[in-house]
Design a protein around this ligand. Structure first.
Ligand code: GLN
Length: 281
């Protein structure tokens, strides 16, 4: 895209990105980033400006990675989620808008769950769910776990940078919290893609641990549901995110374990995306 003799203009650089197959808005975000944080409006107003050679080289490299399937969020180093800007690295799943459905459900329940509800986010990744709840319901005492120490480092850094009080613990699902700990509201967006799912290759740049438990994709729900009765207060809630075709299976697991008030909510694309239930009072 650039050589010593000719540094491309903004317009030429974006045309080269399009030729590599990049989405235009993605390309604009990457070019703005390569230029030190220029907004799209600046790019549009300066489309005949030649790029500084370092910016041209950085943009070229980012475009090639994007064309290879690297998520834009990793290339920018951040992603907006539920009104918070989160730092993300390849150690964590990129937060998705679908998951805002889970946060919104939690925020609707929390005012009815007492003065200082104890909230747990199992498998927090970047910290997205836990941090969004802590941000929007300041009275909640929020804890979050992850099996990955590298993910927890990202989540902790996000909490610190945003000034949000979340307590983090490392371990597999309930093993990360004390055996006697109880919670008012437990949230989880666990790995749920089935082992042989044809979508997995397209997600190869994200941590496999965060995407798939292998098998039929339901093992994380089985583990979390199995441990939930010991860790929920009477009347407490367990809410999950799941795949678009897993609502009935997750509801069945909750029902068989004795949960009541089982319900499913759809994501912004109107696909069934979250299912939860209440531990009987
Ligand atoms: N929602 C992600 C996807 O399908 C999967 C996240 C997960 O497994 N928790 O791209």
């Amino acid at each position: 895209m650039s050589d010593a003799a000719h540094s491309p203009t903004v317009r030429e650089a974006l045309a080269a990105a399009a030729a590599l197959g990049l989405d235009r808005v993605d390309a604009q975000a990457l070019l703005g980033h390569a230029l030190g944080g220029k907004p799209r409006a600046w790019l549009i107003a300066h489309d005949t400006d030649p790029l500084p050679p370092e910016a041209a080289a950085a943009f070229d490299g980012a475009c090639r990675q994007r064309a290879d399937g690297v998520p834009v969020a990793y290339l920018l180093g951040e992603r907006e989620f539920h009104g918070l800007v989160l730092r993300v690295t390849p150690d964590v799943l990129v937060p998705r808008p679908d998951t805002e459905t889970l946060v919104d459900w939690a925020l609707e329940l929390l005012p009815g769950l007492g003065a200082a509800p104890r909230v747990l986010d199992l498998g927090t990744g970047s910290g997205a769910i836990a941090l969004a709840v802590a941000h929007r319901h300041a009275a909640a005492q929020v804890q979050a776990t992850d099996l990955s120490a590298a993910a927890l480092a990202v989540a902790r850094a996000n909490a610190q940078r945003l000034g949000l009080a979340v307590a983090f613990a490392e371990g597999a699902w309930w093993q990360a919290v004390p055996a006697t700990a109880t919670y008012t509201l437990v949230l989880s967006n666990p790995p749920y893609i089935a082992g042989g799912d044809p979508h997995l290759p397209a997600l190869r740049h994200e941590p496999t641990l965060a995407l798939t438990p292998g098998g039929d994709g339901l093992d994380a729900y089985r583990a979390i549901v199995a441990g939930a009765p010991a860790h929920l207060v009477p009347g407490g809630w367990l809410l999950f995110e799941h795949g678009f075709d897993q609502a009935e299976a997750v509801a069945a697991l909750l029902r068989e374990a004795g949960f009541t008030d089982i319900a499913t909510r759809c994501d912004i694309a109107q696909r069934p995306r979250c299912t939860g239930g209440r531990w009987p009072a």
